[in-house]
Design a protein. Structure first.
Lengths: 347, 347
DNA sequence: TTGAAAGCGCTAACAT
DNA sequence: ATGTTAGCGCTTTCAA
């Protein structure tokens, strides 16, 4: 590879001058500048990023840690994050953890090794809070509450859970089921929607069955098996709440078994990934604000990288109900939005 | 940050000794080793990756360039690639191009700047072949024919197109339509399936309408609009071939307009992403071997990075027909596989 | 306006 | 068995 020295020699100047031409900092006489540019051209020189990184102590890379990129929610999320980071001049490194603790540790190690400037942590995580805190480096939790000192960006799952419950109630359900929230032992804000869902639904006199959520998207058939099990154990279920994939699997099961949707069973999906747009009937869905989550995560992480203080401790963004034809709730509003909140960092 | 010098000083040894302890190369007396390890522990030292990278002239990062990560096919692909790369000790950088030439150029620049050790190019690309060749650096094309000297890994789209055609023929279609392959001006092996599809179908006396493929997955409604347009212009269509998303959109349109599938219209999807598993009726699908594509791409790129010669010029992997209930072809075989090929690099 | 030189933190060759 | 040193390629003082 040609180096800055080669260019300098070729142009008959010092390396510093070439550097000045490249960066635009400092004065360079017009004629020397042109000479240098010509040499750069002729030698087909491109500066070495690794050397720059070492000098500046920054890699310009942000890692995004997620359980599984193939999952539609995460791929849409990471895609949006990549766009935002790219706009700010950062590159995106993706890391699947497949819900394994070892992987998470490996990625924290990367941060310590200065391989990446910051981490957006969107993984199902079960490491001790201290692990993150002691780093004292740019980390933010995306829908994950990592530690008190680490900023969180998440959707308003409490509102989401309530909206789902209310939609099923409005649709006249008496006997509902949800996937998730039973034995989750991780501190994801996401599970709150299940607590709220159950509470609201029961306060309104409905029966609620809660099924555990399975991770591992690649094994798509776990969703179908879960759906089959639900209908086998509760043939009288008339309302279902679950993430897009559970909802889709239940819809599929119902339709292929002569159960009419929404007449016999209503379904509300949660997440709002693109796949919900390809179903028939249209899936009623609580949509997470994926672009906004990406935008805020990137905003926070880049501020931290730049060494700026950020005052927000938690950014909770509103979710939206998109009413389709898998529920029959009051058709007045086509979509509803709940308000989000921002909690200031107190320290 | 604490450096290797700090550790050396703290342990009362030279920096090289610390380096030796860390790398395991060279002899270190047991007692000094322990002293060094203790210092590392006490100072909470982690080696700086950027310095290592500079020294070794390698970043350990492979870039994967794709049009849009949110698209299920690409997210499953990148997810699989990340797993393979991770197993071999590499990190994965993702880059959306959104079909824009400028972005592609930017990423090639990254390669030249030694920011990444190699690139897996899975993007819709229209740059001149010379651009890639003159780099003389690790690049492989994933379903993209970049230049004669650049290895290609792709699915056997010719077989795929034929299999789709034959399945619709077996199912008794007379008047079929496909999405894609009309005015594609990029050299992707993928479009061959459309040529073959049309040829096979017409040889068997069917009528074939070809609709252009739209890029841009985020605008999911383009798929629905395409489906609506097809049914409006050709109400008598009885067979459809398109990627998963087109197939899903057509299925959705048909079902919501009282068109029975497979009785009135048969559908064959292409790609085989997870979403096809969540539809009702089960979608008949030509599945690309995503894991194998990922595996081969990674194998090739890492070999190139290690400076090894690779003899394969093209690796064409077999696709598989997964028969669902959107076609009614001879039910004997539940799935069929076509053989792939490997072309040796002649040079 | 420009060049020389001192690092950024690490590793490997060369001494000892 | 271990320390010293010379870079990896860049940027940025500091002189000139």
């Amino acid at each position: 590879m040609t180096t800055i020295q080669d260019v300098a020699k070729h142009a008959g100047v010092g390396a510093a001058t070439v550097s000045r031409v490249l960066s635009g900092n400092g004065y360079v006489k017009q004629t020397t500048r042109e000479r240098v540019l010509r040499s750069i051209e002729e030698l087909n020189y491109t500066p070495n990023e690794m050397a720059r990184n070492l000098f500046h102590g920054k890699s310009g890379i942000v890692a995004v840690i997620i359980p599984e990129l193939a999952h539609p929610f995460f791929s849409e999320m990471v895609s949006a994050i990549e766009v935002e980071l790219c706009n700010l001049g950062y590159q995106t490194m993706v890391c699947n953890t497949f819900y394994e603790k070892n992987y998470e540790l490996r990625y924290l190690e990367m941060l310590k090794r200065q391989r990446v400037d910051g981490i957006i942590f969107g993984a199902h995580t079960s490491l001790a809070a201290e692990m993150y805190q002691e780093l004292r480096r740019p980390v933010i939790g995306l829908d994950r509450r990592l530690a008190d000192t680490i900023p969180l960006v998440a959707a308003d799952h409490v509102a989401g859970g309530r909206m789902a419950a209310e939609e099923l109630i409005r649709s006249g359900c008496r006997n509902v089921a949800q996937f998730g929230g039973v034995d989750d032992n991780v501190s994801t804000p996401a599970r709150h929607r299940h607590y709220v869902f159950r509470r609201v639904v029961e306060e309104n006199g409905l029966t609620c069955h809660s099924y555990p959520k399975q991770p591992n998207y690649s094994a798509y058939n776990t969703y179908q098996e879960a759906a089959a099990r639900l209908f086998a154990e509760h043939p009288d279920v008339d309302g279902i709440f679950g993430t897009d994939l559970y909802a889709a699997a239940c819809l599929q099961y119902a339709l292929s078994h002569g159960i009419r949707v929404p007449q016999d069973v209503k379904i509300v999906a949660y997440d709002g990934t693109h796949m919900t747009r390809f179903l028939d009937p249209d899936m009623t869905t609580i949509c997470q604000p994926i672009e906004k989550l990406a935008n805020e995560s990137v905003r926070l992480i880049t501020e931290l990288i730049k060494g700026n203080e950020i005052s927000e401790r938690e950014i909770i963004l509103p979710v939206r109900l998109r009413r389709g034809n898998t529920t029959t709730g009051n058709a007045a509003a086509e979509s509803t939005e709940a308000a989000g909140t921002v909690t200031q960092l107190q320290q």
